[in-house]
Write a new protein. Sequence first.
Length: 115
Amino acid sequence: MDYNNSRRQVLIAMLLLFLVIVIGVIGYTQIDNFGFIDSVYMTIITISTVGYGEVKDLSDGGKLFTSGLILASLIILGYTISILTQKLVHSQLSFFIQLKARKGDQEKWRIMLSL
């Protein structure tokens, strides 16, 4: 895996997560007229699926927005976790291959890593 490509994937995943937070804050501010702190709080408890309950009652639009925010955040969190896991596993495999390369098995392990 190319280091720059891997780094770019992690950056994209983090930016998407940040974008969901920004959209959540703006959405709660505009749809249900929450203050900034209440909007941040609602966004974080929604994304983290903590479920403490609403700060204030939500309108029908707010409920639909929250449903969309939950779905979007689950997809993006899943993507982010998969990218970070892939990076971790790849670095561990690379380390293992370097250890094996010292014993002469370099080509076999390099082929396995490229799969």
